[in-house]
Write a protein that binds this ligand. Structure first.
Ligand SMILES: Cc1cc2nc3c(=O)[nH]c(=O)nc-3n(C[C@H](O)[C@H](O)[C@H](O)COP(=O)(O)OP(=O)(O)OC[C@H]3O[C@@H](n4cnc5c(N)ncnc54)[C@H](O)[C@@H]3O)c2cc1C
Length: 400
């Protein structure tokens, strides 16, 4: 991906791009997405298959390397650009979930890895030769309570041996590498409750199948999500990212980027639903007039628009703060909450506007409705965001 040099300012955390340049990026993403119409997504949705051609096209265009700095082979354009790309993908009716994590998971290596690790992994990730789009955090027994994970990594010599189970590890079957969180110090022996977890880069390409196995989970949407079983999997100590025991902090750092980018996808979804509903409400005539002439139809569309615009502003603020290297936990969480709720309201509104036709696969609305619903739960549920705001922003007592 190329962006004209004018209007850029180096910030250290990503290159700032002017609004005019962002518009050009939107245009080119939209042009790419035009090659992947509803029928393409419906086919993959029906078969629960991976949209490999779409991912290949995004890779070839350089979009998935937008957050990798230029010195490691990416375009170093920052989160605002990455958010714009994902928003536009979703606004076009496509779905970035097959590969969005290829953009941001590498951020943990970038921010906390050694120079050797960065040189070893990032150029191949930027080129799309290596897929790092699996993120193994959630476990069946711990859920939102990440500090309770039970997967362990035990050091012997120059290796760690990892045992445990992850759940909802999306794209593991389509990823060469997985960023995995495991406990290296028993919870009761850790100095602080947030200590004792470590992050590893697990190379799944040559893993012994008896030590690493992946089981797909069929869900209500096409998301390539899986369960991962680890039974004494050997990982070189050289693949530990950062300091042993500090992994929880590293994961939290990465979660801000993830939340902002997924919020941008939700804004894209909301705009897609609003566009579809407005067009339909203008055209569909019942009782001798367009249904959009009824306030019962037009108000929900207008309300969805208002909510989406407010969420978009918050996403932009969060992304700008991230790119400026400012603290952005509050903004990232608020953006994620507002955007996921705006896209869900827009989805429901669109279903209602289309009436019975919304249920027909050919209109794509029921598919997008299923897809966007995920983001009120993952990667963090709305309640847990409210817990964060209550405790960390408003200073209320911790509720859990
Ligand atoms: C399709 C899909 C893909 C996913 N991909 C990944 C992935 O790639 N990697 C990964 O690590 N994880 C992934 N996840 C997991 C996702 O991050 C979790 O589902 C999510 O964080 C919620 O955890 P949980 O499902 O265990 O719900 P729980 O933690 O069991 O919570 C259930 C409900 O209770 C609420 N709740 C829990 N505790 C509290 C509290 N203290 N106060 C108020 N409400 C509370 C929650 O908000 C939620 O609504 C994915 C999930 C799905 C469904």
């Amino acid at each position: 991906m190329r962006v004209d040099g004018s209007g850029k300012t180096g910030t250290g955390a990503g290159i700032v791009v002017s609004d005019a340049e962002l518009d050009l990026i939107r245009d080119s993403v939209r042009a790419l997405c035009a090659g992947f119409p509803g029928e393409y997504w419906r086919r993959h949705d029906r078969e629960r298959s991976y949209p490999a051609e779409f991912v290949a096209a995004l890779t070839a265009a350089g979009y998935l390397a937008s957050l990798v700095p230029e010195e490691y082979g990416g375009s170093g354009l920052g989160l605002r650009v990455a958010a714009t790309i994902l928003e536009e993908i979703h606004r076009s009716g496509c779905n970035g979930a097959a590969c969005h994590a290829q953009m941001y998971i590498m951020g943990t290596i970038l921010r906390h890895g050694t120079e050797l690790q960065k040189k070893c992994w990032l150029p191949a990730i930027a080129a799309g030769e290596l897929r790092l789009q699996a993120f193994g955090v959630t476990e069946p027994g711990s859920g939102s309570d990440t500090l309770s994970i039970r997967t362990t990594a035990t050091r012997r010599g120059d290796s760690y041996f990892i045992s445990g189970q992850k759940i909802w590890t999306s794209r593991a079957e389509y990823s060469d590498l997985m960023l995995l969180l495991a406990r290296t110090t028993p919870r009761e022996s850790a100095r602080k409750r947030t200590d004792g977890l470590s992050v590893f880069l697990v190379d799944m390409r040559d893993a012994d199948a008896s030590k690493l196995s992946i089981r797909p989970i069929r869900t209500m949407l096409n998301h390539s999500t899986t369960e991962v079983f680890l039974d004494g999997l050997e990982v070189p100590a050289a693949n530990l990212i950062g300091d042993e025991g500090s992994g929880f902090r590293y994961i939290l750092d990465g979660m801000n980027a993830e939340r902002i980018l997924i919020a941008a996808e939700c804004v894209g979804d909301a705009r897609w639903f609003i566009g579809k509903a407005s067009d339909y409400a203008r055209e569909r005539t019942v009782f001798g007039r367009p249904i959009g002439q009824n306030q019962g139809i037009q108000f929900p569309i207008a309300r969805a628009y208002v909510d989406a615009e407010a969420a978009a502003l918050m996403v932009r603020r969060a992304a700008d703060k991230f790119d400026q290297g400012k603290t952005c936990g509050e903004d990232a969480n608020i953006a994620k909450l507002l955007a996921s709720e705006a896209s869900w309201q827009a989805a429901d509104m669109c279903m209602q506007t289309f009436g019975g036709f919304a249920f027909a696969e050919d209109y794509d609305i029921e598919r997008k409705f299923r897809e966007t619903r995920l983001y009120r739960v993952a990667p963090v549920s709305s309640n847990l965001i409210l817990c964060y705001v209550a405790e960390h922003v408003l200073g209320l007592p911790r509720s859990y």
